[in-house]
Write a protein that binds this ligand. Structure first.
Ligand SMILES: [Zn+2]
Length: 238
């Protein structure tokens, strides 16, 4: 009788045990995935490697996608359009407060924007860009790209010497998808501000959302400010 009872209970017990194992399997898997994602997110935000940058960019795109679905149209998107995409190494700078630039774009508006932005930075006296005609001689390549998938109006890709923390090469890019798209009605001033902002990254500046600054992460409403000049002077103080 007792054995029969055991045999009858055996099946439901087995099923219960299987469900229990399955449940814990899912919990454990979810936990491991969460830890891996957390580690990757941490790595992406704290590392300058290309892999980390592309992962960080991917997460920004995911965030932008969800933010986008909540935004109410073009004007909102325009107002918030950022220049988020840049690589930043804390304290990294050129050996001296000058660098050569090769303007690598055929678009007259962007050539104008880059030349004006360079003249405006040079006028501060804090940093001097020299335009060169040979890309081989250039520290900085100033070019364009078209990317509708990111919300960035521009970007700056910085290479540094990891030993000296000195900047060795920068590619700054202006996103023609937004800047030259009539439906975004970007003024020339804001295109110039965007060029000044990306060149600010090329100098070694990070974002500054705490005050009026050309380095604000979105909007491109301001040109080079006193705060920006001070930041460059401080970076190149010794
Ligand atoms: Zn930026």
């Amino acid at each position: 009788m007792k054995n029969l009872f055991r045999m009858i209970l055996f099946i439901p017990r087995l099923i219960f045990r299987m469900i229990w194992h399955l449940f814990w399997g899912i919990v454990k898997t979810a936990l491991v995935i969460a830890i891996i994602l957390f580690a990757l997110a941490y790595y992406a935000n704290h590392s300058g490697s290309d892999l980390a940058q592309s992962f960080s960019g991917m997460m920004d795109n995911v965030a932008a996608f969800f933010a986008d679905t909540k935004s109410d149209g073009l004007q909102n998107k325009l107002a918030n359009l950022s220049t988020e995409d840049f690589t930043y190494y804390s304290g990294a700078r050129w050996a001296q407060n000058s660098a050569t630039v090769y303007i690598d774009t055929e678009v007259p508006t962007l050539i104008n924007a880059y030349e004006t932005a360079i003249a405006n930075w040079n006028a501060t006296g804090a940093f001097t860009f020299t335009i060169v005609t040979n890309p081989e001689e250039a520290d900085i390549i100033a070019t364009d790209y078209s990317d509708s998938s990111s919300q960035a109006a521009g970007l700056a890709e910085t290479e540094i010497n990891a030993v000296t923390n000195q900047i060795s090469h920068v590619e700054v890019k202006l996103n023609t998808y937004y800047l030259l798209n009539d439906s975004y009605s970007y003024t020339l001033d804001r295109i110039i501000h965007t060029a000044e902002h990306e060149l600010g990254h090329a100098i070694g500046l990070a974002h500054d959302d705490s005050e009026t600054s050309v380095m604000q992460s979105s909007g491109s409403y301001y040109g080079i400010q006193e705060a920006d000049i001070s930041a460059v002077q401080q970076l190149y103080a010794d």
